[in-house]
Each structure stands twice: as structure tokens, then as C-alpha cells.
Design a protein around this ligand. Structure first.
Ligand code: TRP
Length: 334
């Protein structure tokens, strides 16, 4: 990375569930070009993941799987800092401090906490409650200017800004106040069975999502069964024809073909041929990603090296911020 300071982008993802075509087309793919103009940090948030129960073997497997998929999707570890949250102790340390600068009233308003505690009634733990504070620490440690997040995380980002401003008002400009980053083109991919809801990596219904590691057979089968409507027109109408509109988005994002051209080619011919074309385009788009993934997964040493290097680079940045925070608070320097 160059010596001139560049603005910082940071995002995180929980290593749980399985990465979907929506994660790729709506997020990861748009992050790849960012490293030309930003210092980019992407992390696997394992500390966040344990706010709900995880199977240790599955968690470990998913962390390697996600890392390899990030790289296979084009995030070059030489141009992006890829790391695991628990490898950088400053996250937990800053989170504690920020807990003391966050009001319970603020956390009580978080809709994700309300949703998750309704879903996990037997394990409403304190970590789940202060989850957004750890996320604020993630972001503020790196002085991130721009944070690519989905709609479901906007409220947490708003809280992060409030915490940063509050701290800065008390102690001077310690933190950069971050902003959400809305990708200029990012495709918003919806579920195949429920095309009015975002495709989710933690969906219980297997057929609702296309996973990045799905085989060609599975992709064809899922797309054949994708919900459309009783008509036969291929045209983009999110309200009247959400299923078809979503399939058009998927086809366009994976093949590069424009909506107009898709309509010209498939309109009035029923959905069979159209769905087959979507499947072909998805298979072709994922083939190089899966090939690269398989190569990386057979090289554990390489992946461990990426994480070691990522943790060292992330720690350098995070520790500098933590020191400023400790100084501001009056802690004795280490
Ligand atoms: N809470 C985010 C999610 O569930 C993940 C996350 C943790 C994150 N820390 C972050 C996202 C920092 C952006 C920046 O999707």
C-alpha cells in the first residue's frame, strides 16, 4: 500500500451460513475495484458469530471457506487486508470502552436485537445485546470513512456515528465518523422462492438461494423451480412480476446483457427457455470462482499465511487507534 493516506473502507461478514450469489453480485464483486482508491479491510467477524450458538467445527470450516471464496471472487490479499476479527485483540478492547459510551436506551431500539432475541428466546445473552457496540469498535478502530453494508445494517452504522461523535465531543477528534457506502451499480438479488425478500446466506429453505459452491446441476434445478407468475411475459416489473424481474437481474449481472436485450430475446416464449438461459449464465459466472476456490482450499498453508499477514496489518492500524483512545481516557501508557 502507498504511503499517502487514502480513505479507508471496511466491512465485515459473519462466517456462518453459506455465501450466496447475492453476496457476490450485491457486495463482494463491487468491492474488488475499491482497492484502486481506498485502503480496504474485510474481516470475518467470528466474535459476532458467537452471539448465537455455533458448532466449533463448522465455524472453523466456514471461516476458511469464506476466506477462500473472498479471494476466489477477486479480493486479492496483496491489495486488501483480509483477516479474522478474533486475531486482533483491539476489537474486544475497544468494544469494552465503547460499551461505557453507549446508552442502554440506544441498544433497546436496535431492530436486529429485537428480531434475534425473538428468534433465540433461550439465549438472549449480553453479547447479542451489545453486538452493535462491537461493530462500532470494528469500524472506528480503522478510522473507516466508508462502510459498505446492506439495509439491515444501516441502523447499526447510525449508532456507530452517534458513538463516534459523542466520544469526539468529549475528548477531541479521536475517531473518523463513518458513512454508509452504497455501491453505484450493485445488483440486489432476491430469493428464488420469495422474490420480494433479499436472498439470504442463512435462509432455512435450501431452494431459496443460489450458493456460490452449488454444482451446475443444483443451479439448474433451483432455477427451474424459481417462482415466477402465471403469465409468460419476460419484462422488468418489480411490483407485478417480482420473480421474473429478479431472474432478469441475475441474468443481466452474470452475463452483462442489458434488460432490453433480454426482453427482445426471451419475451413471449414462456419461461422455460429464459430460465435455462439464467442457469447457463450463473453456471458460467461461477465456474472460474469455484475452480479458484478448489485450488485455494487445497492449500491450507497459503490461507493461514493470508490470515497471519492480514492480522498483522490490521493490528498495526487498530492498535494505533486504541492507543489514542487509552490516552484520551487517561489510562497509563503500556
Ligand atoms: N453486523 C454485520 C452483519 O451482520 C457484520 C459486521 C460486523 C460488520 N462488523 C462490521 C459490517 C463492521 C460492516 C462493518 O452483517
Amino acid at each position: 500500500m502507498s504511503d499517502t493516506p487514502r480513505p479507508i473502507v471496511l466491512s465485515g461478514i459473519q462466517p456462518s451460513g453459506r455465501l450466496t450469489l447475492g453476496n457476490y453480485l450485491g457486495a463482494i464483486k463491487n468491492w474488488v475495484p475499491l482497492s484502486a482508491s481506498y485502503d480496504c479491510y474485510y474481516m470475518l467477524v467470528d466474535l459476532h458469530a458467537i452471539t448465537v450458538r455455533q458448532d466449533p467445527a463448522v465455524l472453523r470450516e466456514r471461516a476458511f471457506e469464506f476466506l477462500a471464496l473472498y479471494i476466489a471472487c477477486g479480493l486479492d490479499p496483496a491489495r486488501n487486508v483480509l483477516f479474522v476479527q478474533s486475531h486482533v485483540p483491539a476489537h474486544a478492547r475497544l468494544a469494552w470502552v465503547l460499551n461505557c459510551y453507549t446508552q442502554m436506551g440506544e441498544l433497546n431500539r436496535m431492530t436486529q436485537f429485537k428480531d434475534k432475541s425473538a428468534k433465540h428466546v433461550d439465549n438472549i445473552n449480553a453479547g447479542l445485546y451489545s453486538y452493535p457496540v462491537l461493530m462500532a469498535a470494528d469500524i472506528l478502530l480503522y478510522q473507516a470513512k466508508a462502510v459498505p453494508v446492506g439495509d439491515d445494517q444501516k441502523q447499526h452504522l447510525e449508532l456507530t456515528r452517534d458513538i463516534a461523535q459523542r466520544f469526539n465531543n468529549l475528548y477531541g477528534p479521536v475517531f473518523t465518523v463513518p458513512e454508509p457506502m452504497i455501491p453505484p451499480v450493485g445488483a440486489r438479488i432476491m430469493g428464488l422462492q420469495e422474490p420480494t425478500k433479499k436472498m439470504s446466506k442463512s435462509d432455512d429453505a435450501e431452494t431459496n438461494a443460489l450458493y456460490l459452491l452449488d454444482s451446475p446441476d443444483v443451479i439448474v434445478r433451483k432455477l427451474k423451480r424459481a417462482v415466477t407468475d402465471t403469465g409468460n411475459e419476460v419484462r422488468y416489473d418489480i411490483n407485478e412480476k417480482p420473480g421474473v424481474a429478479n431472474l432478469m437481474s441475475i441474468l443481466s449481472a452474470t452475463s452483462g446483457e442489458s434488460f432490453d436485450s433480454i426482453v427482445d430475446r426471451y419475451n413471449g416464449q414462456g419461461y422455460g427457455k429464459f430460465k435455462q438461459a439464467v442457469a447457463d449464465a450463473v453456471v458460467a459466472c461461477l465456474e472460474p470462482v469455484q475452480a479458484k476456490y478448489n485450488e485455494l482450499r487445497s492449500n491450507d498453508d497459503y490461507l493461514r499465511g493470508v490470515l497471519r499477514d492480514g492480522a498483522a496489518r490490521a493490528s498495526a492500524k487498530a492498535d494505533a487507534t486504541l492507543k489514542r483512545v487509552h490516552d484520551a481516557l487517561g489510562f497509563i501508557p503500556e
